[in-house]
Design a protein around this ligand. Structure first.
Ligand code: CMC
Length: 422
């Protein structure tokens, strides 16, 4: 039954709070609660707090469903490219042919990097974690682009072009490949977004880069699957920065830093490290599962569990299929994939994981695909960031258009009462 007001009593006094309805969810608007009652709400980790109204994506965690602008992820993955998906997230509708051409061409206009960024990259030690480099360089882009003055639309094109270049250069520096424009970016404008990305990563001097459609297709699908996931930690970070009118580049830079965390995007690196550890220590899966169940042990099975999904993560099902397809088509025999499948099978029958509704998430199989592409482990989360970029930007854009207030939670202070220095 729909109601527009909820009634509740505190110490015998009756209060009324308005109800907010979305397409699927309903919420109690508590913005006047403190003013009217003296109480605030207490919700560590925002487990039950809606911070905005958004029309970008929707997760039904109980059913394991994900929609981008209303379209199920299973349809998007079969019918759209990453660049069409980016357009959809940013603009609300899928592009027609002319819109798609314009969008793709505009991104290409920004396919370059200023000399100063090359010089800065040159000074950063190659051993530094790629996520730290990417976050720093993304923030530094602010210095070369006045994103407050710049045509707003151009900022999105600029970042869609720049993040792949920064990521590719970070990778190339790490593995000792030349980073000069001639090898990395020159003559790439005839390539689609994902082929350009791969070429920027892997091209070598004096050799024409051969596009492998299996790899391009797999990467495009991974980018789509990562493109948005409503109010996750990094997206909320981007929105919070936007709420204080930080510019797009510094907001996305903060999102990259948030994504780096091992409980968020950093899990894809942690999963492969965990699987390698299991394999190298004799492959005793049961032992590692016991470790994950042990309350005294902080170890968690990486790639399992999700704040919202209490059923299969629909993205994980797709990633698993993509991983199997890539490994088979590239003719690789991967003991890590076999181990991952075995681990998943055992975990899904374990009462601990069944009771807590812990299923494989997107990060469980994605690293296997990155590894098959030749991407090093500490670059996995960079690939996640490349996929998440249109989602971050769509949320930033939405919150600006809605003129959302500054994001500023309250707290329950538990420190000393006022005291004096003697
Ligand atoms: N292994 C073992 N136990 C787990 C796991 C796990 N992977 N995940 C959750 N639990 C247990 C946890 O110990 C807790 O038990 P209890 O209720 O007895 O204290 C219970 O399940 C609920 O966990 P929580 O940490 O309160 O749940 P959350 O919703 O706050 O956390 C999560 C979600 C993703 C942080 C968590 O499941 C986790 O740490 N997973 C491993 C890291 C991972 O794979 N992260 C990628 C998430 S998907 C991609 C993304 O968002 O970037």
């Amino acid at each position: 039954m729909c109601c527009s007001i909820v009634n509740f009593d505190i110490n015998g006094c009756n209060y009324k709070l308005p109800v907010v309805y979305g397409t699927y969810e309903k919420a109690i608007n508590i913005s006047q609660l403190r003013e009217n009652t003296g109480f605030i709400t207490f919700d560590p980790g925002f487990k039950n707090t809606g911070i905005t109204k958004s029309s970008i994506s929707f997760i039904d965690g109980e059913k394991g469903k994900l929609l981008y602008r209303g379209y199920p992820i299973e349809q998007i993955i079969n019918k759209c490219s990453f660049i069409e998906t980016s357009y959809l997230l940013l603009n609300g509708e899928l592009p027609n042919t002319a819109q798609l051409k314009y969008f793709s061409e505009k991104i290409k206009e920004f396919n370059f990097l200023s000399q100063e960024i090359y010089q800065i990259l040159d000074k950063i030690p190659a051993f530094y974690h790629p996520m730290g480099i990417l976050s720093s360089l993304t923030c530094i882009l602010t210095a070369f682009t006045d994103s407050i003055q710049e045509e707003e639309e151009d900022m999105y094109f600029n970042l869609l072009a720049k993040l792949p270049i920064l990521s590719a250069l970070t990778y190339r520096k790490k593995v000792g490949l030349p980073t000069d424009y001639e090898v990395v970016s020159k003559n790439n404008n005839n390539l689609d977004y994902t082929s350009n990305l791969l070429k920027m990563f892997f091209s070598v001097p004096k050799k024409s880069y051969q596009i492998n459609p299996v790899i391009t297709d797999a990467l495009d699908k991974l980018l789509i699957l990562h493109a948005d996931h409503e109010q996750n930690c990094s997206t909320t970070t981007v929105r919070l920065l936007g709420s204080v009118h930080a510019n797009l580049f510094s907001s996305v830079s903060a999102g990259i830093s948030a994504l780096w965390g091992r409980l968020h995007g950093g899990a894809n690196q942690a999963v492969i490290e965990m699987l390698e550890n299991i394999l190298n220590s004799g492959g005793n899966i049961k032992k590692w599962i016991e470790k994950a169940k042990d309350k005294k042990n902080p170890f968690r099975l990486m790639g399992f569990g999700h704040r919202i999904y209490k059923n299969f993560d629909p993205r994980a099902k797709i990633v698993k299929k993509v991983a199997e397809n890539v490994i088979q088509k590239l003719g690789i025999s991967d003991p890590i994939l076999e181990l991952a499948k075995e681990l998943e099978e055992i975990v899904l029958k374990e009462p601990y994981f069944i009771e807590k509704k812990l299923y494989p998430n997107i990060d469980f199989y994605s690293g296997i695909i990155y590894q098959a592409m030749g991407i090093p482990k500490d670059m996995f989360t960079v690939m996640f960031a490349l996929g998440r970029l249109p989602g971050w930007m769509a949320h930033w854009k939405e919150m600006r258009l809605n003129r959302e207030p500054i994001g500023r939670p309250r707290q329950i202070y538990i420190g000393y009462k006022k005291r004096n220095i003697h």
